[in-house]
Write a protein that binds this ligand. Sequence first.
Ligand SMILES: [Zn+2]
Length: 315
Amino acid sequence: MIVHIYSTDQFVLPLPPGHRFPMPKYARLRARVAALAGERMRIAPRATDDELVRAHSPEYVQAVTQGTLDPRAMRRIGFPWSPAMVERSRRSAGATIAACRSALDDGAGVNLAGGTHHAHREHGEGFCVFNDAVVAIRAMQAERRVRRALIVDLDVHQGDGTADILAGDDSVHTLSLHGRNNFPFRKRASRQDVELEDGTGDASYLATLRIALDRALERGPFDLGIYLAGADPYVGDRLGRLALSKAGLARRDAFVFDRLAGHDIPVAVTMAGGYAEDVDDVVDIHFATVAAALERFGAGSQPGRCSMTLAEVGR
Ligand SMILES: [Zn+2]
């Protein structure tokens, strides 16, 4: 009964030199997390076609898999197609499914990648191929482990793909807190959107989050939460436009975990974006998120369940 952490960096996405997607962050993050909690780490399973088509059109899943998306659709995603890209994308979605299972069993689960919230039903966009959060929620709903879910999307960019796929679906409440002047420039309406001005710093961000998350929780009860803990609201982010410090981001994570735990909502944590000049800054922020999740939900958080298991063994 322990919080599991799923990695996908073993499935490398081949990119041309100078590509701005920060691929090295995943291996560095895994190395740091392994030193802290190696016994909790697992290799992510692969999301199946059946799982993917609950969030995406079968035509899109097939075109991604077979490499038949047209060049314009590939440019929109921002990665060159390769079989390894498909494998990586399936593993990343599978990691969030597995993190949800861990959350439902043990209170929390972590995907060291994921948060690909620009993936729409019919197309990918902005380094996002499959929408891991929606794929995972649909899997839990199909298994009847979850009826209603909450997505807390604190990546600095709006979760337009999530909003697209979940339009008209009352079973998932999405809160997206994002930069008004940032990508995507044509935003889709989530259940709850909060737009922030350029340069928003720790105090203002945290005050806004407090009000917004409490409002979201009023829409409960929720059986599961998925938290997109983007590192890109960081002041040093090249794409972020906000001005949060590392300490502010740590307070953000602690606040989200406290609130979800306070409402007995199991949480699957995904990393989402992070584009600081120095990739180690991104790794620092993601690592702090993982460490905070382990501290809040780690072994011993459900002693009642563990002792019950031991009692059952004794019987
Ligand atoms: Zn982002």
